[in-house]
Design a protein around this ligand. Structure first.
Ligand code: COA
Length: 159
């Protein structure tokens, strides 16, 4: 099995794998509209940013993982200021339990180490948590809670 950077020819697999991952997060399959958004996205995407890796053997894709990289100012826990967010880990059900998820995560962590990333964060599904914990990820109590603004509200702001 080879782990390589995702290419435009992987678009259909990336849509299917992302739907599998989102199903765990939202508790059901993505809507047809959301599927269409993903199909359009992966058709037009530059395949450079975020970094996306796939596990493949004999032309068959088994799973994928991604990481976005972001530079912040240094902080006591992250002196390099380099931050990564790992996302989009999914393996097709029929190929699970064979170490593919572990190999994908190890590859993206190597990439993080090469980029001198000082802090890696992710949102874990119940299925992903044991794998992440086995690499040392732990739940962090965040003193300042994350705040979000979604586009539907941003679009309506009087700026
Ligand atoms: C999470 C997921 C990617 C793991 O992929 P995988 O290829 O099966 O993972 P691996 O075979 O490398 O196993 C990794 C770890 O997962 C856990 N695991 C795997 N299969 C398991 C099973 N049947 N029951 C319980 N734990 C299991 C174990 O902790 C295992 O560690 P080990 O290698 O020490 O045994 C896969 O289950 C998946 O795609 N789930 C749906 C999408 C999802 O939830 N993604 C995570 C997003 S945060």
């Amino acid at each position: 099995m080879e782990i390589r950077t995702a290419l435009p020819r992987d678009a259909a697999d990336l849509v299917r794998l992302r739907a599998i991952m989102l199903e765990q997060v939202i508790g059901g399959p993505p809507s047809p509209q959301d599927m269409k958004i993903m199909e359009d996205y992966f058709r037009d995407w530059d395949y450079e940013d975020p970094v996306c890796l796939v596990a493949e053997e004999d032309g068959e894709v088994f799973g994928c993982i991604s990481s976005s990289f972001n530079r912040l100012f240094p902080s006591p826990k992250n002196p390099s200021g380099m931050q990564a967010e790992i996302h989009n880990l999914a393996v097709y059900e029929e190929h699970r339990g064979k170490g593919i998820g572990r190999a994908l995560l190890a590859s993206i962590l190597r990439e993080c180490r090469e980029r001198n990333v000082g802090r890696i964060s992710l949102y874990a599904t119940g299925m992903g948590r044991p794998l992440y914990e086995s690499f040392g990820f732990s739940h962090e109590v965040i003193v300042c809670p994350e705040m979000r603004l979604y586009y539907r509200d941003l679009a309506g702001l009087d700026l």
